[in-house]
Design a protein around this ligand. Structure first.
Ligand code: F6P
Length: 411
């Protein structure tokens, strides 16, 4: 890119909020590099919105060595909400405004999900702060309006930086569970993060996962009974008597005692955006499979595994492509916008012409489209497989089929 000095004397600050992903450093580096080329001095706000409270916690990123492939976020993160919430009733917006002024920050780029970017949008609308959002979440549940065509169907899907790397990790995790499950003729109930959306759970299928459960399909009593029948039938049909069942952490599962469909929380304490911490549903499901079907079942929480590690090649190019669009937004002074991909595409098709921007107010939450999951069979559909194949490649796991002849003693 040619060096512009259009924004000489101006400064741009980047912050990352919410759960980390392996693609945040890549996003920071890509935005930093492009903003520097435009002539901005580039700052990093540490610990999300918290870094704009009190005296501020700001670092200078201009000209600094940066490793965008390294996972996590070098700016660190928090779930601090500048606006009053149930958890924190104090209005912190005046502190944010004061620090933006003290540090002479002209433009703020907020890397985050719905919570972080929702707060940024409110600052833009209420206080006129020039903000640009940047998508981020392994949950992949932001409404990015990224169209996906499969056969004669076109639906609005999502690709958020962080999800491609996390999906690869989940596929690998399932592939590893497969060999140990086979050795013990076990069922493995594999729990996957994703909050109220099942996008990431489907990646388990790319590593040998079979029937799955997602938060979008409530597991009522009838559904649960049918699911248990399917589990038994699929397990018995399998020559190695094994089964990997990816389940989303946010699955609503019928509780035989309360007669209600409930999620399982790891902690009931709410964060500043009102979310409880999910976790533990896989233990409940494995327990019921063992007790009701008399089949050995174990639970495995994949937890933070997909959030860690190095940024994948797809995520790397995706963040760079979206950062190219940030340049466009800066040049046009189009604030309150977030760059998004127009179409679900392969690595080779990640180009700026496949990008546009959406109003940050329209981000909201995008659950898994019904075209991607068949609630009658508990299976991800060929359309989902097409979606994820374009991002991480075809399902791939090793198999070793053996049917050794049984030896009978000669007597
Ligand atoms: O939103 C990203 C996410 O990883 C969710 O999938 C998960 O429920 C949550 O964050 C966990 O948050 P924390 O890091 O606060 O435990």
């Amino acid at each position: 890119m040619r060096e512009h000095k259009l924004f000489k004397g101006k400064s741009l600050a980047i912050l990352s909020g919410g759960g980390d992903t392996p693609a945040i450093n890549s996003s920071i580096e890509a935005v930093r590099n492009r903003a520097s080329m435009l002539g901005f001095k580039v700052y990093g706000v540490r610990q999300g919105w918290r870094g704009l409270l009190g005296d501020g916690d700001i670092v200078d990123l201009t000209g600094q060595t940066y490793n965008g492939l390294y996972g996590g976020t070098a700016l660190r993160s928090s779930r601090t909400n500048p606006f009053p919430s149930k958890k924190n009733t104090e209005d912190r917006v005046p502190q944010v405004l004061k620090n933006l002024q003290r540090y002479k920050i002209d433009v703020l780029v907020t890397i985050g999900g719905d919570d972080t970017n929702g707060a940024a949008k409110r600052l833009y609308e209420r206080e006129g702060i020039p903000v640009i959002g940047f998508p981020k979440t392994i949950d992949n549940d932001l409404r990015t309006k990224t169209w996906h065509t499969f056969g004669d169907k076109t639906i609005d899907a999502v690709i958020c930086p962080g999800f491609p790397t996390a999906a690869k990790s989940i596929a690998e995790f399932a592939a590893r569970l497969k060999t140990t499950a086979e050795s013990h003729s076990r069922i493995m109930v594999m729990e996957v993060m994703g909050r109220d959306a099942g996008w990431l759970t489907g990646a388990g299928v790319f590593g040998s996962g079979d029937i799955c459960l997602v938060p979008e399909v409530e597991m009522t009593k009838q559904r649960k009974d049918f699911f248990l029948e399917c589990v038994k039938e699929t397990y018995l049909r399998n020559t190695k008597k094994t089964l990997i069942i990816p389940v989303s952490e946010g699955v609503r599962w019928y509780n035989d005692e309360s007669g209600m469909c409930e999620v399982v929380n790891a902690s009931n304490e709410l964060d500043e955006y009102g979310h409880a911490r999910l976790g533990g549903i896989s233990g409940l499901i494995a327990g019921e499979i063992s007790s009701k079907l008399k089949i050995d079942a174990r639970s495995q929480i994949t937890g933070y595994y997909p959030r860690g590690g190095t940024c994948s090649e797809y995520d790397r190019r995706l963040t760079q492509t979206l950062a190219d669009k940030v340049v466009d937004l800066l040049l046009r002074e189009q604030y309150g916008q977030m760059p998004v991909l127009n179409r679900v595409c392969t690595y080779q098709e990640l180009e700026e012409f496949n990008c546009s921007s959406i109003d940050m107010g329209a981000i909201g939450n995008r659950s898994l489209p019904e075209e991607y999951f068949d609630a009658n069979t508990f299976r991800f559909t060929p359309m989902y497989v097409d979606f994820l194949s374009r991002i991480i490649g075809k399902p791939c796991y090793e198999t070793f089929d053996y049917d050794f002849p049984v030896v009978v003693p000669e007597d």
